[in-house]
Design a protein around this ligand. Sequence first.
Ligand SMILES: Nc1ncnc2c1ncn2[C@@H]1O[C@H](COP(=O)(O)OP(=O)(O)OP(=O)(O)O)[C@@H](O)[C@H]1O
Ligand SMILES: [Mg+2]
Length: 267
Amino acid sequence: MEQIQIDVNTSSTEEKTVLDIKDLSVSRSGKLVLEDINLKIKSGEFVGIVGPNGSGKSTLMLSILGILKAQNGSVSIYGSPPMSRTLIGKIGWVSQAAANMKKDIRITVEELVKLGTINAKNMFFRSRKDQSAAVENAMRMVGIEELRSTDISKLSGGQKQRAVIARALASNADFILLDEPLVGIDRNSRNSLLKLLDNLCHDEGKTIMMVSHDLAAIRQTAHRMIFLEQKIWFDGSSEKFPDLNELANLRGIQHVHKHVNCKEEEE
Ligand SMILES: Nc1ncnc2c1ncn2[C@@H]1O[C@H](COP(=O)(O)OP(=O)(O)OP(=O)(O)O)[C@@H](O)[C@H]1O
Ligand SMILES: [Mg+2]
């Protein structure tokens, strides 16, 4: 008689810890920028990071990527330290600088996305067929297939940002970090980009961590919000995110409007 196989691991994948930061402190040029950060992110979460200028948001991202070293504490991604070989291809990084590429770079959308498939793991283990399937899939996920032969310089801000996200997806990354991806793009593109990111979480099971100054936009999309200013002052569901006065109280500050740069409304 044929035996029916039941995958007992199915339910646990939902709960998988993607990122586990313990007591992390990071200094830059002798100044303490992050202090005692504790943060756990599970698979499928969409986490928004907000905070004033210079509050350590990008520093946190760079520490997760392993580019900055921890003074204290630890960062673990899928159970491994940053930069581990086991993490190759698992993390996608989308920086603001990536969308502001030089105008004179001559590269098509498809070529840019293909660059995302190039890393040590893929070069040795991926066939050409797999590679082009990954490129096609990534372009489809962000809806830029029709622009495949278009030069990057000809794209709008929103289209460029999609192309850069597709490049991150082409590596088959499950954990995607974005630093200010909404800067310089119009309201419509911003909304469709947020919807795209939300779909990537729901439909593709991606885990997303996104830094943005646009508090209103991020609050309506992210499931979970973190307010960072050297320390984590708030970490909870987006509906419970405090208003600016409450945040000021949390941080023991009287005139929060002079310090917080988060926009309540864009334009
Ligand atoms: N290369 C560097 N060397 C030394 N200090 C730095 C460096 N880069 C940033 N800093 C300092 O670290 C602190 C945190 O910077 P970080 O870029 O992480 O802030 P941020 O929250 O991303 O700010 P923004 O919203 O402006 O992007 C700031 O005080 C900044 O001056
Ligand atoms: Mg920054």
